[in-house]
Design a protein around this ligand. Structure first.
Ligand code: BES
Ligand code: MN
Ligand code: MN
Length: 471
């Protein structure tokens, strides 16, 4: 492949970049809609061909935008799409990470329009993946295009777009180790998080980790008649419910011994700063259709979803769930349980603590099996690095306000993995909103957010190159 090392570029050429974006505005949107039509659901093998087709499509878009060495690189799972533009080896390198896979669309009957037939309505793009993460990932490809095609790219850029984020990135660590040289960079830039509001920009500075388990509770050796046996034999669903409800105490604290041992308590100053973050509990409740919030005593809602660890049942099943009534005392009950972790909890330790505790509390009339699923480590990102400052200045330029640094509740386990394997910190430069309904029916992404991201990203490159030079 050809390297355009010495193509003249003018980093202060923002006027031209914005002009280019304006001219190609409609095409930028249409291309994203096309990408959203590909049902790249990584969790469900029935979509396998679509996931692969999506990787191919992303690689074609990267090449069209001007990237070199574009490749769809195989892994033991779904491939990683790579591309780069090295204009001058002496200049900094920004590694952009994103994911082209999406969550399953179900429950499909709750969508107002089909999840993979994007609809533009009332200022939003409705489709699975609109915000998480195709829309946010594609902003980077279009921002790159607008810099490259106007001769305004101020530094080097590499893209790594994976297809297994929504299933825990099981093959990305090996990929990163194997391609560490190719991935060499000065910072990682990721748009896969949210801001506080469209008029209150923020930059995510921490993510929670994740420990995910599946439990199986077995009672009698077969489903029984609930009249003939009911009342005399333990019902595994009843028992599972008891066990699950014992995992929280009356203060909504998790009762697993040792669970909080490693938890980092924030300083009073950090908690005060969080308390000043603009947040309306009334809007929050109204948006969710709930009358009251519930969480760990002694912490605010924002704290509960960011700096505190949690335990939630994600799914529970067993017995008869078909139409009508079938009188049955089931043999088995199942649940999927996630625990969100904060610094410095380790997913492996928490998984072990959970397993031991759940086995210990199992009453003698059932058998319990715990199967660990993927884990992920929590992350904190610096706010004093050139990359963070560049992101902050970029948002300040396009929003007219300094973004607020804020930790969030979701997980992107590869952030800590990249730190370990590549020695690189990330900047979580998200342009979504918590109300985008990611992973839910009717996921959406604001047209405003899409274009704002495309507009803001080139400023990041500009400031990052400038700030790196001074260092
Ligand atoms: N983009 C999300 C993570 C996210 C969402 C972070 C909103 C902050 C705010 C990502 O695609 C995701 O869904 N991650 C999973 C974890 C993964 C291991 C399946 C999650 O958080 O449940
Ligand atoms: Mn995501
Ligand atoms: Mn997701």
């Amino acid at each position: 492949m050809r390297y355009d090392y010495f193509r003249p570029h003018n980093p202060t050429n923002m006027e031209q970049v914005l002009q280019y974006q304006q001219t190609h505005r409609q095409r930028y949107l249409d291309e994203l809609l096309d990408l959203l039509r590909i049902p790249s659901v990584s969790a469900d093998a029935r979509y396998r061909d679509d996931v692969l087709r999506c990787a191919q499509a992303v690689s074609e878009r990267l090449a069209q935008a001007g990237a070199d060495r574009v490749q769809v690189i195989q892994t033991a799972g779904y491939p990683v799409v790579y591309g780069e533009k090295i204009i001058d080896p002496a200049l900094p390198v920004v590694l952009v990470y994103g994911h082209y896979d999406v969550q399953p669309p179900d429950p499909i009957e709750l969508w107002h329009s089909p999840p993979f037939e994007p609809v533009v309505k009332d200022g939003y793009i409705y489709a699975r993946g609109a915000s998480d993460d195709k829309g946010q990932m594609y902003m980077h490809i279009k921002a790159f295009e607008s810099m490259w095609k106007t001769g305004s790219l101020p530094c080097n850029i590499k893209f790594m777009i994976e297809g297994e984020e929504e299933v825990g990135s099981p093959n990305l660590e090996e990929f990163a180790r194997k391609h560490a040289n190719m991935l060499k960079a000065d910072t990682i830039l990721i748009s896969d998080t949210a801001m506080i509001a469209n008029d209150i920009p923020s930059i995510t500075t921490g993510l929670r980790g994740l420990a995910y388990v599946e439990v199986e509770v077995t009672g009698p050796n077969r489903d029984l008649h609930s009249g003939v046996y009911g009342g005399a034999v333990a019902n595994p669903i009843n028992i599972l419910c008891d066990m699950i409800s014992s995992l929280h105490d009356e203060n909504r604290r998790i009762t697993i011994p040792g669970f909080y041992d490693a938890v980092e308590e924030l300083s009073a100053a950090e908690r005060e700063a969080m308390a000043r973050v603009p947040f309306s509990i009334d809007d929050y409740k109204a948006h969710l259709g709930i009358d009251e919030v519930l969480g760990e005593a002694g912490y605010s809602t924002l704290e509960r979803v960011s700096i505190r660890p949690t335990l939630d049942v994600n799914g529970i099943w067993g017995g008869y769930t078909g139409p009508g009534a079938k009188t049955v005392l089931p043999s088995k009950a199942f649940a999927k349980i996630s625990m969100r972790l904060v610094p410095h909890q380790k997913s492996e330790d928490i998984m072990r603590l959970f397993t031991e505790h759940f086995q210990r509390i199992a009453p003698p009339y059932v058998k319990v099996k715990v199967t660990p699923h993927h884990g992920g480590e929590p992350a904190v990102t610096p706010t004093d690095s050139p990359a963070y400052r560049a992101a902050s200045k970029a948002m300040e330029t396009t929003f007219g306000k300094t973004p607020i640094p804020l930790r969030t509740g979701g997980s992107i386990p590869i952030v800590t993995m990249f730190e370990k394997v590549l020695g690189l910190k990330s900047v979580l430069f998200g342009f979504g909103l918590d109300t985008d309904a990611i992973h839910s029916p009717n996921e959406k992404f604001g047209i405003f957010n899409y274009y704002k991201g495309i507009e803001t990203i080139p400023y990041f490159y500009h400031y990052f190159t400038e700030l790196s030079r001074k260092n």
